[in-house]
Structure formats: C-alpha cells, structure tokens
Design a protein. Structure first.
Lengths: 148, 148
C-alpha cells in the first residue's frame, strides 16, 4: 500500500498535543493555546484576524483561545488605533517571562523525535515538510479536482 | 530560530482534516472517523481496545467515532466469542463498497502535497516521518526528563 502522509502526520500531531498539554500544565497553558503564543513571540501586537489565518482554524476557535489566554493573564487585547474594527493582541509581561521556557519545551519535542536520526536526512525532512505545509496552506479545496 | 516540527505538523494536520471533511462529505464520513475505517481496511474485526491504541486518542473519543460509524451503517460491533468483555468492530458491505474511493481520497492528498518535489527527498521525508511517528507512539511522557 502506498504511504499516506495523513496517517503519519496525525500520529505526530496527536502525540505533540499530549506532550504540550503535559509539559505546559505547570503554566496552565494548553496545546491549543501554544500557536497563538509562539506567533506573538515572533510578531507581538498583531490583529486577531492575522492570528486566525496563522492558526489555520476557524475564527471562533481563535477567539476562544485568545479569551482563555486573557483570562490567564498571558495576553491582552485592544482596539487598533487606526482601524477601530480590528483588535490587536499583545503579550503581557507574564507571557514574556516564560517565553524561553516555552520555546525550550517546543524544541525539546523536536530534539526527542529527531535524536539519533541522520542529520542530513532530518534537514531534508524539514525542507520537504516546509514545502508541503506551504502547499497545504495555499490549497484551495474547491480546485482539488474531481473529488467534490 | 531553530525549526519546530510541531508547527509544520500542526499546519499539515489541520489542513488534512479540512480536506478529508470536504472530500468525504458525500459519504457522510468525517475526518475523525477516517483512522478507524483505514485501520479496519487493513485489519477487519479487531477489538475496540486495539482501535483506541491505534488512534492515539482517548477511549471515549474512539467509542464516539465507532458509534457514529455504526449509526451510518459503515461498521458493526459484536461481543468477542472467546472474551466476552471485548468488543470486535467489523466493516459492513457498505464500507467495503467505498474502500477504493476512500483510499483514493487519502492518496490524492499525499500526491497533492508531494507533487513537483524531488522524489528522493520525498522518500527520505517518509522514512524520517515514519521513524519519528514510531518514537512518538512509544513516548513515555513521564520519562521525558526535566519537563514536568
């Protein structure tokens, strides 16, 4: 049987969620909230709309995760000064204070998975995965022919 | 910043779920039900316990997905003849009738993602992903040192 990327990705995704929930429990942060924090670590103060697009999930789920992070004191939200319809989301000092710790937790998972594997192969894997993720993000499902 | 496998896998997973929900809508099958069907396509009549382990999610979620597939007429469940505490899950003719179609949908996604990429690189990616998925499946989180 030809290999399916979906199956492998699904295993890695679910286990990564379990790992993040466990490793970040002491900060009261869930796996669902991690992509918001990591995006803000790179680009603080972006619009809620931009976070939704980055998360590749629906706006309601993004709003829920942001609300939860506000309640825990990790982010705050305010109206954009120039575009009053937009909300800007920013990190609090509490979040910035554990940034290094969170990044360490994320990289630990990558190290755990790639430990002992050929480093050239791992480099190739990252490059192919990056390419596929870009294609997936740009996928227009209505154009994936003959399947709907 | 060092690359994180979690981010790439997360994008690929979410988009794959969206694609599966769209492509299998005409059969009334959701992305959450696909892993059960594909496992049964390879190994029909396994125990519900084995399906839970394969799905890498909790037993309650597996039970819900199986219940949903029973309601739609795709699988049936019966007590094991030798071990009355175990339930065996099997495909119906209705499910077997669309097996080829489902496999085509899954492989189409893989083809879509890998189309145009160097085939040697794709082979390496599959091999590394397979290795990492095995490590992830065997991960004992309580032993991932220093993080909890």
């Amino acid at each position: 049987m030809q290999q399916s990327i979906g199956r492998l990705v699904s295993i890695l995704y679910r286990k990564n969620q379990m790992y993040l929930n466990m490793a970040l429990k002491r900060y009261d942060i869930t796996a669902a909230e991690v992509p918001i924090l990591t995006y803000l670590f790179q680009k603080d103060g972006v619009s809620q709309e931009e976070l939704s697009v980055h998360m590749v999930i629906d706006k309601a789920a993004t709003a829920r995760a942001i609300q939860s992070l506000i309640a825990k004191g990790y982010v705050h939200k305010e109206k954009d000064q120039t575009d009053r319809r937009a909300n800007r989301v920013s990190l609090t000092n509490q979040a910035l204070g554990i940034k290094e710790e969170i990044m360490k937790v994320l990289l630990y998972w990558t190290d755990f998975l790639t430990n002992g594997l050929d480093s050239d192969d791992v480099t190739v894997m990252f490059s192919v995965l990056e390419n596929m993720a870009q294609k997936a993000e740009q996928a227009n499902f209505s154009e994936i022919g003959g399947l709907c």
